[in-house]
Design a binder for this molecule. Structure first.
Ligand code: PRX
Length: 632
């Protein structure tokens, strides 16, 4: 049964219902799923704790809703279509029936190794169907998956393994990405030298490159599953049992493990998928994200598969073998809904429209974007050249913490407004607040974006540190979840996301804490102090600009700059490598010793005549020097 909204008046009607009677609203949607035992109460909550429970005492397993629920009616429908990095290699199709057997088989093997309910399993894998199988197999037996993007360094991986005390790591020998063959297992090996918790490593053979296998700990995927049964009964879970942990960056300290639970996440990911993308049975849907991010969790795996959709998984990159690859795939599989990031659109825009021309894109019905604000120019390019002025664009605003889409047009239902995420989804109660936390009512207002009422897909805690969850999200503005984003509500009541208002930067749709990058830079032995800010970047949205005070003995500026970039790459991963490193003799600080990042941002942007109030600066000369040596 679908809960799809079809008209704008239908949307307003549903939205009002969700405000007036949230319990009744969400119960109706949740009733379309299979529960082993129905909930006693829809919602129990306070934002002070925070303590939020959805579908209280409901019992279920999310994979019964992905697999068993579809087997009789959709068993032969492709669940996952996999397109390899190399277009000359044959793709793969897994029907719902085949996916069911693969998930059961792998979950039986995990169980045989003593992995069960509540155990943490790290998935560090390329974009192959087995990555989705791994996630679902964990969910099937109640193990908690934590997918780590396979581009993160061994240090970043080790931190995550340690933080959640993972018992197992699921990985591959290597990874194909464009022209490159990337080591994966070797990174795991390095990470495991730093931690002790992991007992089992399962290695999916993808690239056939040489890897070291440690006796008694490491198993090839095919050996691991050999002889296991292809069916089983899923483990019964409570609505509020943990489904997964996903690490994300914040403005302070190390990445935090965002915790999502079973019942609410299930209901929310499917509901938002069906409505935002206006999914119709039989549609071919493609989201280009990586499963290492929340977008891959909610809109490659859980949302589409809960809806019985066909979800495409692409191993490669948009520009390999050429800048027409996305469109070749759309044409090949007759994709109906296509969901990507503004950074990819901008990167392809730079190649012009020629790479699009050979392909037929008339199967497309809906285009989506996610991850960062989309500029109007990119929006129009996408709309005109990909959507041929025919396809609505859903600019979907949400976060790792929200679990699913929060503000977005419903495709073809909500009128589009370029660069606007438009209106909140049913059940989402937004508030715009001023710095003191006063809600700004009415239209034509701008401020910080908060959410006043729980929604089923929301985070429940940050793993192992509930206080951090409270302080980060629920303490800034009393009684509200604070998103960290700035927003404008225009004269029509439409929302436009303006970007982060905290020390988080968004590089190609990847979230990065400035403190995290600074900590990595500071690991270099010659570095004394550093400050990192974001600056506007044509393709990436934001670039990383680092100001670094160094001990220059035995070094040139050039070799230090390169070494610093390399240090960050090693400690976090290539996505965090600063674009620009400026060696400085001091940083602009207030008398109380606080770095004035506002000034550093202005210099990085090149807005040198617009420094604002600098009267509290300890040493104004530092600013002159920084301005003079600014890197273009
Ligand atoms: O700043 C917002 C931006 O990405 C942040 C969330 O990042 P992450 O948790 O990694 O999740 C990304 C994918 C859901 C937000 O706080 N962001 C995400 N989508 C949009 C966006 N900014 C503007 N418009 C969007 N559509």
């Amino acid at each position: 049964m679908s809960d799809r909204i079809h008209t704008l008046s239908g949307y307003f009607h549903e939205y009002q219902k969700s405000l007036a009677e949230p319990d009744k609203f969400w119960a109706r949607i949740a009733d379309s799923f299979h529960w082993r035992k129905r909930w006693d109460k829809v919602l129990d909550w306070n934002f002070e704790g925070p303590d939020v429970k959805w579908f209280v005492n409901g019992k279920l397993n999310i994979t019964e809703n992905v697999l068993e629920r579809h087997l009789f009616t959709l068993g032969d429908r492709p669940a996952i279509i996999w397109e390899p990095n190399d277009p000359n290699e044959e793709g793969r199709v897994l029907t719902y029936q085949e996916l069911y057997h693969k998930v059961c088989k792998f979950s039986n093997a995990l169980k045989a190794k003593g992995i069960g309910k509540g155990d943490k399993v790290i998935i560090y894998m390329p974009m192959v169907p087995e990555a989705a199988v791994a996630m679902l197999a964990c969910a099937r037996i109640g193990a908690v998956h934590s997918v780590v993007f396979a581009g993160f360094s061994s240090n970043a991986l080790a931190d995550r393994i340690e933080d959640c005390q993972a018992k197992a790591v699921l990985t591959s020998d290597g990874n194909f990405r464009g022209k490159k063959k990337i080591e994966v297992k070797a990174v795991v090996d390095e990470a495991l030298e730093k931690t002790n918790d992991v007992e089992t490593v399962v290695v999916y053979q993808r690239t056939k490159q040489d890897v070291v296998m440690k006796e008694g700990r490491d198993y090839w995927w095919h050996d691991f599953i050999a002889g296991q049964a292809e069916t089983n009964t899923a483990t019964e879970m409570d609505s509020e049992d943990m489904l997964f942990i996903l690490y994300t960056s914040g403005s302070t300290g190390k990445p935090k493990g965002i915790v999502h639970t079973t019942g609410g996440y299930m209901v929310y990911s499917k509901y938002t998928f069906e409505n935002v993308f206006q999914y119709s049975p039989g549609d071919i849907y493609w989201c280009t994200a990586d499963i290492g991010w929340i977008t891959g969790h909610s809109y490659i795996v859980y949302g589409p598969l809960l809806a019985g959709a066909t979800s495409i998984m692409f191993e490669g990159v948009p520009t390999y073998p050429d800048a027409g690859r996305f469109w070749a795939i759309v044409d090949k599989y007759k994709v109906n809904q296509f969901y990507t990031a503004p950074t990819a659109i901008r990167a392809l825009e730079a190649h012009g429209t020629e790479p699009i021309e050979p392909y037929k894109l008339d199967s497309l019905k809906v285009l989506g974007t996610v991850g960062e604000p989309i500029n109007e120019e990119a929006w129009h390019w996408y709309h005109t050249h990909v959507g041929k002025n025919r396809c609505p664009i859903v600019d979907t605003w949400w976060q790792t913490e929200t679990g699913g889409i929060m503000v977005s047009p419903l495709a073809g239902v909500t009128p589009n407004k370029p660069a606007y995420a438009t209106l909140p989804l049913p059940g989402v109660q937004l508030a715009i607040v001023d710095p003191e936390g006063n809600e700004l009512t009415g239209n034509s207002v701008e401020g910080n974006l908060c959410i006043k009422f729980p929604w089923p897909g929301m985070l429940r805690t940050t793993y192992g540190d509930h206080e951090r969850c409270k302080q980060t999200y629920f303490a800034t503005y009393k009684g509200m979840y604070f998103t960290g984003d700035g927003v404008k509500r225009d004269h029509d009541g439409y929302y436009r996301i303006l970007g982060r208002v905290d020390d988080v930067i968004n590089v190609s749709g990847h979230r990065m804490g400035t403190a995290e990058v600074e900590n990595a830079i500071n690991e270099h032995p010659k570095v004394i102090e550093s400050a990192v800010v974001g600056y506007p970047h044509e393709v990436k949205g934001q670039g990383i600009y680092a100001y670094v005070i160094c001990d220059m003995t035995n070094r040139t500026v050039e070799n230090l700059t390169n070494e610093i970039k390399e240090t960050v790459r090693k400690i976090i991963g290539p996505i965090a490598k600063p674009d620009k490193v400026q060696i400085v003799s001091g940083l602009p600080k207030t008398r109380s010793g606080k770095i004035m990042r506002r000034i550093l941002r202005k210099v990085a942007e090149g807005a040198m005549d617009d420094m604002g109030d600098t009267s509290t600066l300890l040493d104004p000369e530092v600013v002159e020097e920084i301005k003079k040596n600014r890197i273009n």
